[in-house]
Design a protein around this ligand. Sequence first.
Ligand SMILES: Cc1cc2nc3c(=O)[nH]c(=O)nc-3n(C[C@H](O)[C@H](O)[C@H](O)COP(=O)(O)O)c2cc1C
Length: 567
Amino acid sequence: MFEMLNAKQPGVFVLPSCEMGMQFWKEALGSPCYLVAPMVDASELAWRLLSRRHGAHVCYTPMLHSSVFIRDPKYRKEALVSCVEDRPLIVQFCANDARVLLEAALLAEPHCDAIDINLGCPQAIARRGHYGAFLQDDWPLLTDMVSTLHQALSVPVTCKIRVYEDIEHTVAYARMLEAAGCQMLTVHGRTKEQKGPLTGLASWEHIKAIRESVSIPVIANGNIQCLEDVKRCLAETGVQGVMSAEGNLYNPSIFEGHNPPAWEVALEYLDLAEKYPCPTSYVRGHLFKLFQHCLCLPENFELRAELATGSDLSDFRSTVLQLRDCYLPYHEGTKTWTGDTGIGYNLIHPPWICQPYVRITPEEHLKKLVEKQNRNADVNQFEEESGSGEAEKENQDGITMKRPREGSVESTDSKNMSKRKMKKLRKLQHNPNKNFHGRRGVDKCVDCPNPVGSKCDLRLCKACCRIKCYLENRDCAGHRILIKTRREKACEQRKAESQSDITRGHQTVQCEHIANKGNQNIRLDKTKWEHAVQAEHASAVSQEQYCQLHTEQKMTIENDDVPILNV
Ligand SMILES: Cc1cc2nc3c(=O)[nH]c(=O)nc-3n(C[C@H](O)[C@H](O)[C@H](O)COP(=O)(O)O)c2cc1C
């Protein structure tokens, strides 16, 4: 057998990393086939233990931030809670610096069986932080990170990746990681563009191609909703194991091939969460997923609100027990379930049974979007013709705006707000926390039942205060809301710039380019946006100002998730 020198213990010979990988999968992990994915806010200790009781062989921690992990002992303590039953355990980090990652991994290695690097996160936050799937084209950096861990750690380093569209390129990527010292590779068979409503199906073809080209163990991820999918995936791709995320969240017994009533696993989970506490938001998130179909039924809207506002485990337990009391007679057959959920789609099982969450396909999503746009266009045309509701008008800057209905949030001072902010404000205005009935010693906000900000002169909660400040152009020192100050600052800056007539003609062209995009959120190239943030204090920078200040720079208008400049 081929052997090589061990850098950690000179004079000792070790297996090459590919063979170490197989040995690691067999001996340290116990030849696992069923793996529970790393999941932010969801694969916490209590959930991992529940999943292990129901067939999971290996679990991952949620993704941890390597740089925060090394500098913040509190984060470290809270992020890495485990116990003896919680093995084999893989700790996942995101990172973009080999030294920082190594420092974090050295702190975590005594508590786990391997360190995983997240190379699959496709979210905007990963783009901004430069980690996850946004590192997939920086092969020298990845080689550095993987090889640094491989040489210095006493536990193996593993990676979780997404695929490229091109199979050959994907295979080359996997081989590069293997050569750098990665000892197990989890392949999520979707590209980094396949996310949110465009998630679609994962490609097992890509996973199979990787499996056939590397010698380290490969774990398949994507399209796993039930045990039949697991078996099919193992047979079709030849991988060593299969990882589930959403399938596991909606049915923690997925690997047992069992679909239990939701209250059974929910009560078991609540017991575990009592023993191994975690933030209530995680518990609430799990219960919402377990009872997703029941909570969509109109007769359960009150229980749904109860779950949304529950503040401790006893509140959650009470909601679960009420749901159980409601559906147990149907489950036991003493009452007859008609099978009509009235929620507009068909379920494989009755709604109280844990079952997969089936997303609409990207094609359906796009079709719906087009239909919605057409409907909106019809409404706008009707309103314009009849002179009612929203119609388009031009503001002083020549930007086309929707004319708002009177009395709505938009009606007062909306031209400075982005669509996203408007949506948030509208939501807050219409959905204050109606279930807050006041806590002892805490006054209610003047405008809604939420608790008042203790330092707010207006006697409002933060959400209402922000709305008031937007509408009345004011600041709130207590809530540290600086709307008036920022607007004034922006105004002064604009005035100063309009006095300067350098490259005036060029500026006009650029401004038109921006203005022609209407009052939509315009997505700008990240580095330029960051430059704008640093140089001109983002919140005070409008698109127009940005444009004036950067006339020479060619702006990229992207169609992807990057920070948004608010007008
Ligand atoms: C709630 C949630 C949190 C996630 N957090 C992480 C994470 O921390 N690290 C990671 O690599 N992937 C994360 N993912 C992605 C999953 O690990 C997995 O790759 C993806 O959901 C596809 O698997 P599935 O089809 O079984 O859901 C997360 C997914 C979900 C649903």
